[in-house]
Design a protein around this ligand. Sequence first.
Ligand code: RIB
Ligand code: CA
Length: 309
Amino acid sequence: MTKKILLFCDPGIDDSLAIMYAILDPEIELIGIVASYGNVTKEQATANAAYLLELAGRSDIPVIPGASMPVTEEAMRFYPEIHGGNGIGPIQPPSNFQYQIYPFDTIRFIIEKYKNELIIVDTGRSTTLANVFILFPEYIKMVQSFYVMGGAFFVPGNATALAEANFYGDPNSSNFVLKYAHNLTITPLNVTQYAVLTEEMVEAISKNEKNFYSFMLEPIFKYYYEFYKKSVPGIQGAPIHDLLTIMVVKNPSIVDYIFYDASVIESTEAKGMSYIDYRPTSKKGKTRIAVKLHYDAFIEELSGVMSQE
Ligand code: RIB
Ligand code: CA
């Protein structure tokens, strides 16, 4: 059975690659995209999502604008040095690009329609998803499962020394999601930083003329990789955090897991830091946390989907 995914995201280069992967994988049915602030503004994230859908001839998939800021508004910042001023590296929707957007309540209709077949994947700041829990508490219970890209457990952060960007962006909302989401899997930096896309791989995928996105893969990757070459000396490619998160839905065994209840520090200089009680006698918890990536399986799956004729 296909995986029916409602994607919350902030495209963003790795979010964009996650959208491409979801569109191209015949075993995934992308039900809708909820686009919010994060790597770029909400408006830009929404336009980017709509543009990627249009390139694939899939403007039938609803794009729903989400949050434009975190619940605690201090320190909101965007990341042009990683994702480009407009979020997809040097690529941007045409200036006259027009697209349809759907109201927030569409999320409720989608949940009601698909009920326990619906899988929510969140690859952005947690604000919008937390609001869905607050606004539609009776509906959100119907969802089958949740997959969240966020956190860094006992490894360095990327937004700060301690914090990963999605959990740093709105730690209060991340804590809310970690507390209330059922059947929750998180893919923290522990695995996503190893989900590295290489130059060779991009070159190979770009040759596939049947891939709607072939023309933009090399320029996007080049932009994104430049940042990572500077920030992680010696890295062999660029980590596509969000694509891995969506890939795990269909391929759970490409990562190994531990089960704990996770929390995020909401203030102080450790803001956004994620942690679990990992002491030998501590209780196991409800959240499936990915801690190890099987890289060969990841690459095999990625090239299978992106290079299919
Ligand atoms: O820390 C990685 C996450 O932050 C990804 O979702 C990426 O898009 C950035 O926003
Ligand atoms: Ca993201």
